[in-house]
Design a protein around this ligand. Sequence first.
Ligand code: ZN
Length: 298
Amino acid sequence: MDVWSHDRFGIPLPAGHRFPISKYGLLRERVEAAGLATVREAEAVPWEWLAAVHEPALLERIREGTLTLREQRALGLPWSPVLVERGRRSVGGTVCAARRALERGIGMNLGGGTHHAGRDFARGYCLFNDVVVALTRLRAEGVARRAVVVDCDVHQGDGTAQLLGPDPDAFTLSLHGARNYPFERIPSDLDVDLPSGTGDAAYLAALSGALDVALAEPFDIAFFLAGADPWEGDRLGRLALTKDGLRARDELVLDRLAACGAPVVVVLAGGYAPDVRDTVDINLATVEAVAARAVALS
Ligand SMILES: [Zn+2]
């Protein structure tokens, strides 16, 4: 199996910053050491592909480094040329994973899932909305139209909801902590607000019920945001899933999507464990689940 990564593109961050920039390189190492996949370097997408989704004036400010102070605070990452390059490559990884999913049934980006980026805003560590850019690209090429987004990051997918909410050919499902960021929501087609401390059993039951709704209509492609931040030890999450629970979540989502027979694109989204190796453990388990299915499909 091939997967995509942009882990060589680190960004300068102040000491103690919570963004886990080291997880990408650590994950690549573990994927390669375990022989799970060949990790390919994602290319930067052209600006025109981004402009099909995001407001040109916002892209101009991102490109030129002229985001307002308010926008920089909302983004939570210091602007630098490599931040922009990295963001374009992260989207490129999801586009490649989506193309691979259409060819072989499943594809994965060891990054992406930047769901807080909307048409006219880039916030919550998210510069561009990789999933919506990839879907828009596939539509422009005429290879897919109807899509389902299964967003299991602990934070509500407000950017994706803004971009795809009014779209009759896309269903957005977000399962998240009710008291987690973002505090001003943009509604998804289906939002499942979970109380703080929700554990494995209640989470999986809620997810199963939500999938019944999300997968009721046929679709051409599915995007799964396999966030590691519903984990019990996460610094930014308020849910209490164990690593086994997150593994069961991945199995449930991938099984249900496989039963629909549609291609599946898996992206990482967030993960903020105090020890980054815990986030990498969770991400690696997701890669294992994807690799097992890639083998079964080949
Ligand atoms: Zn998150």
